[in-house]
Ligand binder design. Structure first.
Ligand code: ATP
Length: 255
């Protein structure tokens, strides 16, 4: 089976601080892979390398068997990589539907003139995009909030809107940076269910960073553990839970 993502010998440093050191692992198609590790282990940096926010000092990111050369976030979106961020990055004063539509802005083919005059491919594209956005709102059960101002919604719903925005372009690979951060138990259970539905029903491969080990064990098929930028565990949730190096990395660490 072709891996959806291969991280191959990736290293990254910031002015001499090593964030990632010779990191390698593979994520199979259709998997939910959790990245775990103590604060500062390099998890967010790794997501930033995968979707082209940072350029690795060395090593390769391989997506669907093809090296992802000269990565940028725009190129990542074009090859089917979607992303949410650790801190809610929604437009708080805009409506839910308008926020979700911003997840599609790079897809249109209408010319500048068509856009300016709102003619030709512009209106056809708008109809298609609107339908795509409505579909994803329905899938995540937030259609009733389509016209609500995002900043006025409860936090759990805002996180679901963020997921909708990342999903509206139907990415093959979805990167979620701490999607449950700041949530209570019920909100976590609800979002976990939606993430599992996305994975099963849309077939999206998912890589997520999560600190709540209970959520990780319940949701993921595969767990990769980082500590000080190095991989210290890689396997099924059960294998990782029994790995003494992983236990050592977590001992004395509050999560
Ligand atoms: N833009 C940056 N400039 C300088 N150093 C950075 C930058 N981003 C990350 N680092 C450093 O790289 C290392 C890894 O950080 P990173 O944020 O990737 O860890 P993390 O595992 O995501 O942590 P957390 O769980 O706290 O989000 C840390 O030492 C951090 O201080």
């Amino acid at each position: 089976m072709t891996a959806a993502l291969v991280v191959q010998d990736v290293s990254l440093s910031f002015q001499g601080v090593r964030a990632l050191t010779s990191l390698s692992f593979a994520v199979e198609q259709g998997e939910i892979c959790a990245l775990i590790g103590p604060n500062g282990a390099g998890k967010s940096s790794l997501l930033n390398v995968i979707n082209g926010v940072y350029r690795a000092d060395s090593g390769d990111i391989i997506v669907d068997d093809r090296p992802f050369l000269y990565p940028t976030p725009a190129r990542a979106a074009r090859i089917g990589i979607g992303r949410t961020f650790q801190n809610n990055a929604l437009f708080r004063r805009m409506s839910v539907i308008d926020n979700v539509l911003t997840g599609l802005t790079r897809q249109g083919k209408a010319s500048f003139l068509e856009l300016a005059l709102r003619i030709g491919r512009y209106s056809a594209e708008q109809r298609v995009e609107r339908a795509q956005a409505e579909d994803i709102l329905a899938f995540l059960d937030i259609s009733a909030h389509r016209d609500a101002i995002v900043g006025q919604l409860p936090y759990g719903l805002q996180k679901r809107v963020e997921l909708a925005r990342a999903l509206v372009a139907l990415p093959k690979l979805l990167l979620l940076d701490e999607p449950m951060a700041g949530m209570n138990k019920n909100e976590k259970a609800e979002l976990s269910q939606f993430i599992a539905d996305v994975n099963r029903q849309l077939g999206t491969t998912i890589v997520l960073i999560e600190h709540d080990i209970g959520v990780v064990m319940g949701l993921s098929h595969h767990v990769v553990v980082l500590d000080y930028g190095r991989k210290v565990g890689d396997g099924t949730p059960e294998e990782v839970r029994r790995n003494p190096d992983v236990i050592a990395a977590y001992l004395g660490t509050k999560h």
